[in-house]
Every structure is written in C-alpha cells, then in structure tokens.
Design a protein around this ligand. Structure first.
Ligand code: GLN
Length: 494
C-alpha cells in the first residue's frame, strides 16, 4: 500500500471518508516524512502540535460524517502568508520573529475547509528570487538529482519550499505566491503542478506584499485534479482586498475532465527565444501534439511585446517592492537595531534585516521612482505593460489558450547562477508576461530532461478562465504520465 503521505489529495480525502485512514495517521505520516527530510530545508517552521490538534478535530468531524472539502488534509503554507499565532517570516531576518495577530484570507479559507497546518514553507526572501537561495534561513534543496550526478539542485523560486515539500511527499498540497513566476517555475523544476490564478481570484489580504499589482496567491499539488480542488477552496471575493474580484468561483474540480475538443491552442512565435535548449523546444512540440490528440487545434499567435516583458517587470516589481518594504523600519514590528538617532536606527535595522537581493531590489526600485527617472523608467514601464496586456487580448481573439514552456531550463545546481543576477532573472522569461497582464497560468509536468529532471509546460488562459487551464492541463498530464513523487533523493543523498 502507498504510504499515506504519498497519496494524492483526492485519494486521501476518499480514504479519510471511508475511514480506512485517519487524519491523525495521515498527519503523522507527513510529520515523519518532514522529520526525515531535514536536508531539504523545505520548512522554516514545522508545527507538529498544531497539526495533530487540527487532525484530531478533523477525525471528530469525519466520525460524525461532517467532513468538509479538505477535512484532515495536511498542507504546507508558504511563509509569506500570515498565520495567526504562528511565526510568519517571509524568509527574512527583518520578520524573523514576527508572529502575526491575524490570519491571511487564503489560509483562513483552507482551515475553514478542514485542512491541517503542517508548517510554514521556506521561500526566497520576500519572494524575490528564482532558486530559493536568497532565504535568510538557508536554501531549499530540490528532491530531484541529475542522473549520475549527486550535486544538489535548486527547487526554483520563490516558492521553493512549497514545491519541494509537495515533490518529496512531505504534504498533500501547498500554497504559493506568484509575482513573476514563483509558483509556475518551481512547479516546473520539481515535477509538480502549480497554478497562478487570475489577478484578483484569490485575496492578497494577509500575504506579505512584494509587488502588489503583480502578486497572486495560488497552489501546488501532485496532480491537476488536486490543484483544482485546492484552488476552489482558496479563491473568492474578499472585502479586505480591494483588488479581489467579485466573481463566483466555479467548481474547478468538476472542470478537470472537461477535455479540450474543439479548443484553439495558441503557439506564440515570440516564445521561441534565442538559445532555447532543443529539449525544451521538443517538449513544447510534444505538448501541442498531445493536445491535438485530445481534439484541440493549434494556431499560431503573436505576442509582439514579449521581449520587453522582463525589463518591464524588473522596473515595476522593484518599484512596488521598494515602496512596500518601506514599512520595515524597526519601529512598529519586526527586527529593531536600536540607536539614539532615529535615522541611524532605520539604517541599521534595514541593513541588518534585509539580505543582498532585497537590498538590490530596494535600490533599483527607489532609483526608477526617483524624480528625474520616474518618467524615463517607471512611467515608460507602465505604458509597455499596457501593450503587453493588449497583446494577450488580441491573441485570445484567435485562440482559447496559449501553450508555452514554463521555464527555459530544468533545475540547476545550487550556486550555479548565484552570481549571475541576469541569468537568474532570465528564468522568468516565459512566466512574467502573465503577471504583467494579470492572466492565469498553470504549469504541468510534461517530461524529463536528458538528465532525467522534470520539465513543465505552461498553459495561459483568458482572465478568470482557470477552468479551461485545468481541463487542458489534465490532457497533458494524462499523456505525459504521472510523475513519481520524488523520493529519489533518499537514494541519492549522501
Ligand atoms: N523570480 C522572480 C523575481 O525574482 C519572481 C518572483 C515571484 O514571483 N515572487 O522577482
């Protein structure tokens, strides 16, 4: 029998309802796996007492036949979501000891659906990064290894802890956030399913802000059906987030098997970027062949401003970050390095509290917002952003979905890109446009690289049409075959 922690969420929910598995047993299995997987550093905080108490309550409801959608399902929560009474650090020293007095809406919804909190997943500091190497609490290790090579690989970022935890079977699902690719890219690098819904689909209330006009919560799961269940339970309007959409949440789980017959799948020619590895290109073609096999039709589309997406993102995101991060001043909460002089106290606190990448972003952000450069950089970037969004509006007149690679590479070795910020930023080349346009994107495992590492394909959809993404993702998943939960690392790890 499959170990309980390696079940899919849907399988576990069924076993819990059939009472062939208890929430306590399931939670214990996850906690044991987490304890054994310390080398992955996937968690900033593990909450065993809370988890077991949650599980006990779940068992009581299951016994009474009052199970809710996620009753007894153990989850990892990216440590960017505020959890009441549980340390929430954003993987930064400046929030290292912060215990929020309130709960984020997304996590509140998960607990209201009966889910269990296993702990807070590691991430890049303030979600800034593509490799999870900028965390103040050390990097996360990808459970996968290259064939015949035992070097530790990155899980992608910034939601690397969430992705690694799902990939290694430490939890049945996880939350993430995606500002420029932070759910989809780590999903691709760890062989998991990740969805960034439409901007406004999930509430941002209680999520530590990075770039507010781009940030969106989403989920990781082992398969498409699980991702659909989790998104259904996290989405919805919230009066506490003025940008959250007043729209009903469809039953995404019911949409998973809807198929793609008659759908037009757009292949954007601008995504054939120079230097794209042949295996990524081949995977992309394979994905299209699979969707055709499922009854869809391929159409060529153009997104002419694609090349400007990365530079635009790396102006807008740092600009908003520099403004959002101004609140960490050592006065109200978080780290304080005291000094008699207030300005010196600000300086010392922020110098001690923020890591190198965060400081780089604050510097870039304040520069592009400063008088004299505002028009040349920030305003210009906003205009280009509008053009990028319009590209998609035009493309979606000719197609129903867009298919593209998720990332230009498989997982890379730790340290490999650490001194190459541009190379690191290039990891987001296929993911950033959807954030700038506010569109939903799903990454689904589609194949293995020559080195036997997972590679994902990305589906982009019309605003609020996550349902079609799930349906198409499922068709790819069905043909690619389910990825093994990667306990490979147990054998490979020294
Ligand atoms: N890798 C991108 C960045 O560093 C995206 C991060 C994210 O989506 N949070 O900004």
């Amino acid at each position: 029998m499959t170990a309980a922690n390696l079940l899919t969420l849907a399988q576990a929910a069924k076993a819990l309802r059939a009472r062939s598995l208890s929430a306590r047993e399931l939670t214990r299995a996850c906690l044991d796996a987490i304890a054994k997987a310390g080398a992955l550093n996937a968690f900033v905080t593990v909450t065993p007492e809370r988890a077991l108490a949650d599980a006990e309550r779940a068992d009581a409801r299951l016994a009474k036949g009052e199970a809710r959608a996620l009753e007894g399902i153990p989850l990892a929560i990216k440590d960017l979501f505020c959890t009441q009474g549980v340390k929430s650090t954003a993987a930064s020293r400046i929030l290292g000891e912060f215990v929020p007095p309130y709960e984020s809406t997304v996590t509140e919804k998960l607990w209201a659906a009966g889910a269990t909190l296993l702990g807070k997943a590691n991430l890049d500091e303030f979600a800034m990064g593509s490799s999870n190497e900028t965390s103040a609490f050390g990097p996360v290790v990808n459970p996968w290894r290259r064939q015949g090579d035992n070097r530790k690989l990155v899980p992608g970022g910034s939601s690397g802890g969430s992705a690694a935890a799902v990939a290694a079977g430490l939890c049945l699902g996880a939350t993430g956030t995606d500002t420029g690719g932070s759910i989809r890219q780590p999903a691709s690098l760890t062989g998991t399913v990740g969805i960034k819904p439409t901007y406004g689909r999930c509430s941002r209330y209680g999520i530590v802000a990075f770039a507010s006009s781009l940030d969106q919560a989403g989920v990781f799961a082992r398969d498409v059906a699980d991702a659909a269940i989790l998104l259904r339970e996290t989405a919805g309007h919230d009066a506490r987030d003025s940008t959250s959409a007043k729209l009903p949440v469809p039953d995404f789980a019911a949409a998973v098997e809807a198929g793609v017959k008659g759908l037009r799948i757009g292949i954007p020619k601008e995504y054939r970027v120079e230097g794209m590895p042949a295996e990524i290109e081949a995977l992309w073609r394979q994905g299209m062949a699979w969707l055709k096999d499922a009854g869809a039709q391929a159409v060529d589309v153009s997104l002419p401003h694609t090349a400007m997406a990365l530079p635009t993102y790396y102006i807008i995101a740092p600009a908003e970050a520099s403004s959002n991060l101004a609140r960490y001043d050592g006065v109200r909460y978080g780290l304080r390095v005291a000094d008699d002089d207030l300005v010196t106290q600000y300086e010392k606190t922020r110098a001690a509290g923020f890591g190198k990448e965060v400081r780089r972003r604050v510097l870039i952000g304040t520069y592009v917002l400063s008088a004299g450069y505002y028009d040349a950089y920030y305003l210009k970037a906003q205009k280009v952003r509008a053009l990028i969004a319009r590209d998609f509006v035009d493309a979606f007149k000719a197609c129903d979905l867009i298919l593209a690679p998720t990332a230009p590479n498989a997982a890379f070795a730790m340290g490999e890109k650490a001194d190459d910020p541009i190379g690191m930023y290039l990891n987001d080349v296929f993911t950033v446009p959807a954030n700038l346009a506010g569109l939903p994107g799903l990454s689904v495992p589609a194949g293995l690289s020559a080195e036997a590492l997972p590679l994902g394909l990305q589906l982009l959809g019309r605003p609020f049409d996550e349902a079609t993404l799930f349906a198409a993702g499922r068709e790819i998943e069905r043909r690619a075959g389910l990825f093994p939960v990667s306990d490979r690392w147990w054998e490979a790890a020294p």
